[in-house]
Design a binder for this molecule. Structure first.
Ligand code: HPA
Ligand code: ZN
Length: 336
């Protein structure tokens, strides 16, 4: 079977997805109109033309601007539903969705509006399609420790809906150590610690994320490859990497897909997974990410299987549900 066909059909899990990054221009214009909010672009095409990024910050500026039109619970519901509707077509069975409360609370939108909208869509998909989802609350690292603490406090009434905390936004100049205390507090509340590290930031930031924040999984982590001792440590601690190929080329973390190190990561024994990060901005959802990297390197069917297996195995699901997905995955693989 063609690798493309295998990619299309294999059941998948997505572990690194910012719900605000799945905001398609079409929906953005629709919500802007109904909310009476101005977008500084005349059309979907004009907006899309602004999606040319030299670095993470270029992207973040546009990403936060896009999120400005989200005001009401139904907006967050529509945003999440649109993402789930889209990835179900890619045979995605389980998603771990990051959301950035501060992107909204800083604009006066309350925490409960954000989480109620997202959760309602997730619950519907679980009921109607059996798609499982887990929510990860991410702190914006360009904001203060105090703001992160306030966000943590706002989340407590919704603790039963949120499995983990993450750390995202502008990495350079905002090391994990800035959030050591807030992560300690989050862990004592029962949240699992995760963080973006080594996307643009140096290997030292990955060391901090694993030693100080004690993260259970590394978002991106590409730059670990610059430090052999760090690679050994990540393998020893059995931490997976949530790699995002189209994000990496869009933000120039990797110059050319042909040079993407995912195959090398697997060869070294790192538990890499494939994810879309911000699919509306970076040119594709899960299958687009798999296809782009599988064509460019190329990847074998076994590589794709390993990557997908890692996603389920290193998900935050309970052991029983995880085993169920892994059994289904093995069944699929045997049949093809
Ligand atoms: N990196 C850091 N912060 C982010 C990203 C990313 O790729 N996407 C949304 N917030
Ligand atoms: Zn990300």
């Amino acid at each position: 079977m063609e690798i493309k066909d295998f990619i299309t059909k294999i059941p998948k899990a997505e572990l690194h997805l910012h719900i605000e990054g799945s905001f398609e221009p079409q929906l953005m214009f629709e919500i802007a109109k109904r909310n009476g909010v101005d977008i500084p672009y005349q059309s979907v095409d004009e907006l899309k033309q602004a999606y040319e990024f030299d670095c993470l910050q270029d992207f973040l500026d546009i990403y936060y601007q896009g999120a400005n039109v989200l005001l009401h619970e139904v907006d967050f519901y529509d945003l999440t539903k649109a993402y789930l509707d889209r990835v179900i077509l890619d045979n995605v069975k389980h998603v771990e969705i990051m959301f950035d409360p501060q992107t909204h609370t800083e604009r006066g939108v309350s925490f409960d509006v954000v989480i109620n909208g997202i959760k309602r869509a997730c619950s519907e998909f679980e009921q109607n399609h059996g798609m499982t989802s887990i929510l990860i609350m991410s702190f914006l690292r360009h904001l203060s420790e105090e703001s992160a603490f306030a966000t943590l406090k706002s989340s407590l009434p919704y603790k039963h809906w949120i499995k983990a905390v993450g750390l995202d936004s502008s990495e350079k100049g905002n090391p994990p150590s800035k959030f050591q205390r807030v992560f300690e507090a989050a862990v004592s509340e029962g949240y699992i610690p995760l963080a973006h590290a080594g996307e643009e930031g140096p290997p030292e930031y990955i060391w901090e994320a694993i030693d100080l924040l004690k993260i259970h999984r590394i978002d991106h982590g590409n730059r670990c490859l610059e430090d052999d001792k760090l690679v050994d440590e990540i393998i020893k601690r059995d931490l997976a990497l949530t790699v995002c190929p189209l994000s990496n080329t869009a933000l120039q973390v990797v110059k050319n897909m042909k040079d993407h190190p995912i195959k090398m990561m697997l060869q070294k024994g790192l538990k890499a997974t494939i994810n879309s990060d911000d699919p509306a901005y970076f040119g594709g959802y899960m299958n687009d990410n798999f296809n782009a990297i599988a064509q460019a390197l190329p990847l074998t069917k076994d590589d794709v299987y390993t990557l997908v297996h890692n996603s389920f195995a290193y998900s935050l699901l309970d052991e029983e549900t995880k085993a169920d997905y892994l059994n289904k995955l093995a069944d699929f693989n045997e049949k093809f």
